[in-house]
Design a protein around this ligand. Sequence first.
Ligand SMILES: NC(=O)c1ccc[n+]([C@@H]2O[C@H](COP(=O)([O-])OP(=O)(O)OC[C@H]3O[C@@H](n4cnc5c(N)ncnc54)[C@H](OP(=O)(O)O)[C@@H]3O)[C@@H](O)[C@H]2O)c1
Length: 295
Amino acid sequence: MQSINNAGTFPLGTREVKRLGYGAMQLAGPGVFGPPKDRAAAIAVLRAAVDSGVNHIDTSDFYGPHITNQVIKEALHPYRDGLVIVTKVGAVRGPDASWTPAFSETALKDAVHDNLRNLGLDVLDVVNLRAMFSVHGPQEGSLEAPLTVLAELQHQGLIRHIGLSNVTARQVQDGRTVCPIVCVQNMYNLANRADEALLMQLAGEGTAYVPFFPLGGFTPLQSDALSEVATALGATPMQVALAWLLQRAPNVLLIPGTSSVAHLQQNLAAANLQLPPDAVARLDGLGAVAPAAPH
Ligand SMILES: NC(=O)c1ccc[n+]([C@@H]2O[C@H](COP(=O)([O-])OP(=O)(O)OC[C@H]3O[C@@H](n4cnc5c(N)ncnc54)[C@H](OP(=O)(O)O)[C@@H]3O)[C@@H](O)[C@H]2O)c1
């Protein structure tokens, strides 16, 4: 039977979510700024996702800004029981669409209240703190002060669970001394596996790992080997890329982004794609990470 249930579930905080979810970033305008070019189409994608069984949606109030959350509310509120909406804080957008770190106590509290208002919620299921020491990838630096602010909001009942994004293994370890960390959202896909060690560590610990840019993000994945494997299996390259992530480790939760119902349905159908061992071996060979130098 064709169903996203075939990909199974994994705990996200105290909820069990389907491993195939949906990332809402593509629902803002170009450059993740301003309104979608077709608001009705954006609403249709969100409704199609939950109608297909998706119960994990990833978003942020800095998509738009504010607009993506407002579209989610318009499309899906009142929310179905069991739908987990994960948001992130730690940046604000400038009028020129720039991304500016926003880690002060006031900025974080404002961000949480903005998310609550724009999503129409009394409590946020999961809030990821998005580290901004470097916009382009994890970089060491203390997250103690901003995590302490989020932990206080958690104690006040405004946040159920806290996660981290764009972080190092050290930041996850240190973060756990401030509050429980239920998920890590870092860049990882078939071609970019710099985060392999952290993914496997979190798999061993039973913590959800949510790869962002699972399809390559702004430069979607392209490779002859990926296309050949897809053709041989009667699937699309994007379905193969998602199926590869699903088989990588059981704690991987997928949030592929799309502005198209057709692409959404293709992506969700990846739950039914079993990759044979020779396909996995070939795909494993793409983008493999060089072993760490001894030190
Ligand atoms: N924590 C962070 O710092 C961070 C950063 C980036 C993203 N995220 C989260 O991760 C989610 C996923 O990332 P993403 O949306 O940027 O990148 P992605 O999922 O890797 O790829 C999205 C791109 O792939 C295209 N696409 C999707 N499905 C396709 C299909 N079946 N066939 C062909 N093309 C397809 C989309 O275009 P169409 O719209 O035309 O389908 C879009 O251009 C986001 O929605 C967001 O929630 C988090």
